[in-house]
Design a protein around this ligand. Structure first.
Ligand code: MN
Ligand code: MN
Length: 362
């Protein structure tokens, strides 16, 4: 990933020698606060035909939708906040995993699903279509929410794309989100996991939840979850056994049958002291560093088919700390995917291809 001057593109540890300052840096190399905030300044490839032609390894998708929240709204602003919660331009180097993700993966920003407010069914339909377009192009969708109701259309699209292979789900959350309805609404952010199991997208036994705590749901919903063989790991279990052991079990349970995994991260699994920008904060949660490690652990151990990171509500955030945690969840997933690819003996992607296409403003 070096340019004609031997600079490592995007790292910006040195200036390009002898260039006109007006044209010295292209879009990819400019600071994140300059220009349009695609995720990591990656190429903005929103068109289905262009995605199908390029066939990226991973595509970031925005789902700016929060019409299905039960309490504080604001997650519709999540995708934009997560995209801009980075002080890095495109090229990155994971110190945790010792890998440069974009050397191994072609990653694009596929833009947002064309959501409009006040119509839950329509919002879910366009999110499902957008995720399906990305999956049909051979890319792993990483979806930025949005409230957690978007996991119903998003994971449904992924389940359809990987069929006949079975899909397991590892779901990080303070909440089970498996209620029958919320005040009669089937598509709320408290119900998506139930919809996914009822629709047959995922078997209950392969739906594994990590981090549950607090005072919801009630006994009837827990009984329904038991009847459908859902498995969950309370926050108290993480306190007692440590996150790594719990996540190891969760991976095995989700893969007990299925071959591929969808990861759903509700940012409220993190303690609200570290991630206050969310709609239904639940005290007593994971540390940010525990969640980031867990994302590396899961993505490093499974075949990832899709992922979402939801419930970032910027109006309640402070100092962008919640958006930054969500942004880092995505980077940890990309890094783990890249490390897996390297360990599987793959070759790095064509030297500088991703960068030079970005540089072209594509
Ligand atoms: Mn949730
Ligand atoms: Mn939650």
């Amino acid at each position: 990933m070096t340019d004609e001057n031997g600079r490592i593109r995007g790292m910006n540890d040195e200036a390009p020698p002898g260039h006109d300052p007006y044209t010295a840096y292209d879009e990819f190399d400019l600071p994140t606060y300059v220009g349009l905030p695609s995720f990591q300044k990656l190429p903005w490839v929103t068109d289905a035909a262009a995605l199908a032609e390029r066939r990226p390894d991973v595509a970031i998708v925005g789902a700016p939708f929060d019409d299905a929240v039960s309490h504080r709204p604001g997650a519709r602003f999540g995708p934009r906040a997560i995209r801009q919660a980075s002080y890095h331009s495109g090229a990155i180097n994971s110190l945790q995993l010792g890998v440069e993700p974009y050397e191994w993966l072609d990653v694009v920003d596929a833009g947002d699903a064309p959501v409009v407010p006040m119509d839950i069914e329509r919002g879910h339909d366009v999110i499902k279509r957008k995720v399906a377009e990305v999956a049909a192009a051979g890319a792993i969708p990483i979806v930025l929410g949005g409230d957690h109701s978007i996991t119903f259309p998003s994971a449904s699209a992924v389940a359809e794309a990987v069929a006949p292979r079975g899909l397991g789900i590892v779901h990080f959350d303070a909440h089970a989100d498996a209620a029958p309805s919320t005040w009669g609404n089937l598509r709320s952010h408290g119900t998506p996991m139930r919809r996914l199991i009822e629709s047959g997208a995922v078997a209950g036994a392969n739906f594994v939840q990590v981090g549950l705590r607090g005072y919801w749901p009630g006994p009837a919903t827990l009984e329904w979850m038991r009847e459908h063989q859902m498995r969950w790991h309370l926050m108290t279990e993480i306190e007692e056994r440590g996150a790594e052991a719990v996540v190891r079990d969760a991976i095995a349970e989700a893969l007990d049958g299925p071959e591929v995994i969808y990861v759903s991260v509700d940012i409220d699994v993190i303690d609200p002291g570290m991630a206050p920008g969310t709609g239904t904060p639940e005290p007593g949660g994971m540390l940010t560093r525990e969640l980031l490690r867990a994302v590396r652990q899961v993505v490093g151990a499974v075949e990832l088919a899709g992922m979402d990171i939801v419930e970032v509500a910027p109006p309640f955030d402070h100092a962008e700390v919640t958006a930054a945690a969500a942004h880092r969840c995505v980077l940890e997933a990309l890094s783990a995917l890249a490390a897996r690819r390297r360990e599987a003996g793959a070759s790095p992607i064509a030297s500088g291809a991703a960068v030079s296409e970005t540089s072209g403003g594509g």
